[in-house]
Design a protein around this ligand. Structure first.
Ligand code: SF4
Length: 478
């Protein structure tokens, strides 16, 4: 019988959906499938010896970097195995992966293509689809059309998904849990109701692969996957869709059915500000169906930077979304690209002051205060002169383009904030936020408003009885 080993290296503390979905497809075709989550289990090299096929799931940047040495080891100890990589970051890093010994790569909608390749029934890809991401990018840069990188691409497949098969993966108790304000810890399952995105934000790694397209996972498949995880102990479900409201009807149908079938199970989703404003009438329905929190990629509170990112929202929109969510009783968890080449020390202080003024200190994971812009292969930011003015060589060790801030004090602050939050990822958020804010204002030569005489800050924060918010206990890396 043909055997396959599916490997995940890092998925932000979640049980890997990508392995479970690929396992379902391969098992349906008669393969014996072994799943290895190297973030949770020790990787014994003997497991690499036997399989006919070894497949690496690369949904994010950190996972891709961690996979490098494992791919090299797999190729060294099992020369006859066919090795592939799949997921968002596989096509973005195709050249590098092939240099390590990978035979084939598959993108976001990988299931059908991966299974066909495994079974030896792949259709030959059209010539355009064989080009590496770096080739596409240089072709795009050389041309003058608005989005030349999108020309000549085949549309993404529309897959009829199989219910993910989680057999052999570590139990949910090994993964991140949801911390509730009352101290309860909930076991967390993870699924996806859609993949890709309708939008074209320039800094986003989804865009070079999905190019403004998104694909739904059929409702019956999603709900069967949720039911299986609830049966395995899940009390909360994270929907990993890049944006849950790309298809709001589909999304609300799923969470309504989830709530009807499992009324005690909460969930969280990611929704962009633009969609929160457009679909504002749905926000109370999120609360009514058990939504514990909504993550939203705010990125910046500077309108010029937001325009550069093509984020589709403004600072004022963000403020409005905060009010809408608060009024509806939905916790908003903002994420940021805190450090980028256009940041000033004063603008960083403004970001912190805005978070404080909006009473969002508890809502922001400390790592978000230290995140530095990543520019991977294929980033549409590379098309902008404003980015090119700062960009250096591609670094094969970090799999990103190097960039340095024109003001070295900003890079120094980023390193110091990262060092501070990196050692205190799980500590109480308000004191850590205050420490970051004090350092930032000192470096900028500004007075920290919280320390101004008469601000009352030290007294008012406890007096406000700031409610803690639900959050997942895995810090956010991309
Ligand atoms: S809305 Fe979110 S997922 Fe979609 S392109 Fe923008 S950053 Fe990426």
């Amino acid at each position: 019988m043909r055997s396959a080993l599916l490997i995940s290296t890092y998925e932000m503390g979640r049980q890997p959906f990508g392995l479970a979905s690929a396992a379902a497809w391969l098992r349906a075709d008669g393969w014996t499938v072994d799943c290895l989550d190297a973030a949770k289990e020790k990787l014994r090299v003997e497991r690499l010896h036997g399989p006919d096929l070894i497949a690496f799931h690369l949904p994010m940047h950190t996972a891709t970097r961690l996979a490098g040495p494992v791919i090299v080891a797999a190729r060294r100890v099992n020369r006859s195995a066919r090795i592939c990589a799949f997921g968002l970051y596989a096509p973005l890093n195709a050249d590098w992966l092939r240099s390590l010994g990978v035979d084939e790569v598959f993108g976001g909608e990988f299931e059908e293509d991966l299974a066909a390749w495994a079974n030896g029934t792949s259709q030959k890809k059209p010539p355009g689809a064989q080009r590496s991401q770096s080739q596409e990018l240089s072709a795009a840069s050389a041309a003058s059309a608005v989005s030349p990188v999108f020309s000549g691409d085949r549309p993404l497949p529309r897959i009829h998904f199989l219910v993910p098969d989680r057999t052999g993966l570590p139990p949910l108790s090994k993964y991140a849990t949801l911390q509730m304000p009352d101290g309860e810890r909930r076991l967390v399952g993870y699924t996806e109701a859609s993949r890709g995105c309708r939008h074209l934000c320039r800094h986003c790694p989804v865009v070079p692969i999905y190019k403004g397209q998104f694909r739904v996972v059929q409702s019956d498949v999603v709900l069967a996957d949720v039911a299986a995880q609830v049966a395995a102990g899940a009390q909360h479900i994270t929907f990993g869709d890049p944006d849950f409201f790309n298809g709001p009807t589909h999304a609300m149908r799923i969470v309504s059915a989830l709530h009807a079938a499992h009324p005690g199970v909460s969930y969280d989703v990611t929704i962009k500000v633009e969609h929160l404003l457009k679909q504002r009438e749905l926000i109370p329905q999120l609360a009514a169906t058990g939504c514990a929190f909504v993550t939203s990629a705010i990125e910046s509170v500077d309108d010029q930077v937001l325009a550069l990112f093509d984020k589709g929202h403004t600072r004022a929109d963000f403020l409005e979304a905060v009010t809408l969510c608060r009024d509806a009783g939905v916790t908003l968890a903002p994420t940021f690209v805190a450090f980028h080449p256009w940041l000033t020390l004063a603008a960083y202080c403004d970001l912190l002051d805005t978070i404080e003024a909006l009473d969002l200190v508890d809502h922001v994971s400390p790592i978000q205060l230290a995140i530095r812009l990543l520019v991977p292969q294929g980033s549409l930011l590379l098309e902008r002169d404003e980015m090119r003015a700062h960009i250096g060589a591609f670094d094969p060790d970090t799999l990103t383009y190097r960039w340095a801030h024109p003001d070295p004090r900003v890079d120094e602050l980023q390193r110091d904030v990262m060092a501070l939050v990196g050692t205190r990822l799980t500590s109480d958020r308000p004191p850590l936020f205050d420490e970051v804010r004090r350092i930032a204002h000192e470096r900028a030569g500004l007075t920290d408003p919280s320390r101004q005489p008469g601000s009352g800050h030290a007294d008012t924060r406890p007096a406000r009885a700031r409610a803690t918010v639900p959050y997942l206990n895995e810090p956010w890396y991309c």
